[in-house]
Structures are given as structure tokens and as C-alpha cells.
Design a protein around this ligand. Structure first.
Ligand SMILES: *Cc1c(COP(=O)(O)O)cnc(C)c1O
Length: 346
């Protein structure tokens, strides 16, 4: 297999079509066989459910090349499961989990020439998504659905290294109490764009959202979960008492990695007062794209909360966690939990 002629080390985080996408249709109450397609556009009725009532769920994962040259992805079964749960929340027919993993394998294998080589820092981003494609004019679940996976090569999330970022506490909420905060769906993002653009315009990397019901607990940012390190070195992981935090696969993996490393982990609701009091010495955001991004400061109006051990560069605990997880992902450290999923490419 001959790799595409791309400048792998200088890819940005932008879409470019590859050779194949995957598509499967749900018609007359059943999911079809599904398969690869070279058509990267979708033609739909103007009355398709997605356009009116926003039935859409998605996932994000990546395929990359390990040190010994294998093409792999990371815990795709977890994405399958989360998309299954997201679909059920939006009354969409869930996609079979094993079929999901097989579809990911098929589309990556077919686009193997687009998977960046080891050491480039780049990866093949995999975006599975499902939309209500059938026509619906009264408010109701659509009668037909489309499941697709697009893949696109992307560069490292952080170009200039891992400089700690600044967050601001948003005046907006990301999710409603008992709403769709724990669901990976486009509608959560549509409603967060205004807050996101405002944060960027004010010089912040992201918004930190507090719990929508009481605004006393820390939830997460627009697209990543939050982690803290307490003074005694404990990893403190905010938990939502009303289940409105998105269950990040990276966060759940890091919690396991921390336990494996003998780091104490405390998963519990975290009040914003604790953060303001200076109880935490490091802060980070976690998600597939960056694994961990260090947070140096959180601003709440005029108040500046600074994380002393992670202010100028990533702190020691976040660094250890990040290095361990990326080491497992790249095949440089032993994968004791069987997280790295090899895709056989002939
Ligand atoms: C996707 C996402 C995350 C990160 O999840 P990972 O599975 O770790 O990539 C966190 N928060 C939100 C709101 C997300 O949409």
C-alpha cells in the first residue's frame, strides 16, 4: 500500500475527503447491510428530520500508526456503546455495536493510504454520525436514518506544543438539567457556539461550564471533560450529580491509568468554590483530540484562578498521565487493558 503524498507533519485540523466513506441506511424499520462508498455527499429531502428537529448523534475517534507500523484505533467499542446510548436518547434506532466496530475497521482499511505514519503527530480522524433522513413535518422521530463514517487526516491538535490554556466561566449553560448533556449530539454544539465565539473573542481557549441547575458545581468545557489535581496529588474528577457531563472515553481511560500508576482518584461532584479556594494545583482538559490539554488559569469575571504547578507548563501529574496514555496508544508502553485495537491491512 502506497501512502498518499501529503505533508504529514504539517496537516491542520481541517476536513479533506479521502477515498472512501461508510454508509448504512435504516429503512422500513431495519438497518441495511451497509458498505463503503466513494460518494462524499449526501442528498436528502428538504423535509428530512435532521433539518427540522435536529436528530443527529456523532462520535469521534482516530486511527494512527504505532511504532511497529500497525494501524490501530483506540477503544472503538466504547464509541460504539456511547453512540448506541446517544441514539436511544434522541429516539433514533441504535446502530449495532459490533457492526459499528466492523464499519470503522472497514473504512480505515480502505483508506489505509491516508493513515499518517508513526512519528508525524498526525492521525486519521474518524467521524461516525447518524441523522434522521426520512421526511417528517410534525414533531416526531424521522421514519428513516442514515449512518455514515467519514475519515480525514488531521495534524496534531497542538501545533506549538502543550502550552497551558486559559478558560473562562461561561454565563451560558452547555446542557439543561436532565437534558442531553451526556449525549454526543450536534444540538449540544449548536447551542454552545455563541458562548464559544464569545470566549475566543475575549482571548480564552474554551468555556468552563457550571452545573445548569445550581451553578455551584464544575461540569466540563464545550468539548472536553475537566480534571484537577489536589495538593496531596489526588486526581479529582468532576462527576455530575444530574448526569449532564459527557462520558469522555479519554477521561475514563485516564482514571484507569491513574489507578494503575498508584495515583489516588476521587470521582465526585466538585464545587466551583473549591476551585476558587485554590484547592487544586493542576487542571487539565481531556478528550480524543489532545488527550490532555493543560489549563493554567480559569477566569470568572475579574477573578483569576491560577494553578500553581501547571501554570507555565503542564504540571507533573498531568504530564505523567498524558505520557502514559499516549505511550500505551503508540505501542511504546504495554497495553495491559487491551485498549489498542489493531486493524489488519493487507
Ligand atoms: C466528545 C466530547 C468529550 C470528549 O470525549 P472523548 O471520548 O474523550 O473524546 C468531552 N466533552 C464533550 C462535550 C464531548 O462532546
Amino acid at each position: 500500500m502506497k501512502k498518499k503524498d501529503l505533508d504529514w507533519s504539517n496537516l491542520s485540523f481541517d476536513y479533506q475527503p479521502t477515498d472512501y466513506s461508510y454508509e448504512c441506511r435504516y429503512i422500513d424499520g431495519v438497518w441495511g447491510k451497509g458498505g463503503l462508498t466513494t460518494d462524499h455527499s449526501i442528498t436528502l429531502s428538504e423535509c428530512a428530520g435532521i433539518f427540522h428537529y435536529c436528530q443527529e448523534v456523532f462520535e469521534g475517534l482516530k486511527a494512527y500508526t504505532t511504532k511497529n507500523g500497525d494501524i490501530v484505533c483506540f477503544r472503538p467499542d466504547m464509541n460504539a456503546e456511547r453512540m448506541y446510548d446517544s441514539a436511544r436518547r434522541l429516539v433514533m434506532p441504535p446502530f449495532d455495536k459490533e457492526k459499528f466496530v466492523k464499519a470503522v475497521e472497514d473504512v480505515v482499511r480502505a483508506n489505509a493510504a491516508w493513515v499518517p505514519p508513526f512519528g508525524s503527530g498526525a492521525s486519521l480522524y474518524i467521524r461516525p454520525f447518524m441523522i434522521g433522513s426520512g421526511e417528517v413535518i410534525g414533531v416526531a422521530p424521522a421514519p428513516e436514518y442514515l449512518f455514515r463514517i467519514l475519515v480525514t487526516p488531521v495534524g496534531p491538535y497542538f501545533k506549538g506544543g502543550l502550552k497551558p490554556i486559559k478558560l473562562c466561566v461561561s454565563e451560558f449553560d452547555r446542557a439543561a438539567p436532565h437534558g442531553t448533556g451526556n449525549t454526543k449530539c450536534g444540538l449540544n454544539y449548536a447551542m454552545s457556539l455563541k458562548a464559544c465565539m464569545k470566549a475566543h473573542a475575549n482571548g480564552y481557549a474554551e468555556n468552563l461550564y457550571l452545573d445548569p441547575a445550581t451553578r455551584t458545581y464544575v461540569e466540563e468545557t464545550g468539548g472536553a471533560n475537566v480534571l484537577f489535581v489536589a495538593k496531596d496529588g489526588t486526581l479529582v474528577v468532576p462527576k455530575s450529580y444530574n448526569d449532564s457531563i459527557l462520558p469522555s472515553i479519554t477521561r475514563r481511560s485516564l482514571v484507569q491509568v491513574a489507578k494503575d500508576l498508584g495515583i489516588k482518584v476521587d470521582e465526585r461532584p466538585v464545587t466551583f468554590d473549591e476551585v476558587k479556594n485554590g484547592d487544586f494545583v493542576e487542571c487539565g482538559l481531556c478528550g480524543t483530540a489532545a488527550v490532555i490539554s493543560p489549563v493554567g488559569e480559569i477566569h470568572d469575571d475579574d477573578l483569576v484562578i491560577s494553578f500553581p504547578e501547571g501554570h507555565d507548563e503542564m504540571g507533573p501529574v498531568m504530564t505523567k498521565l498524558r505520557e502514559t496514555l499516549t505511550g500505551i496508544q503508540s505501542g511504546e508502553l504495554e497495553d495491559v487493558h487491551g485498549w489498542v485495537h489493531k486493524i489488519d491491512v493487507e
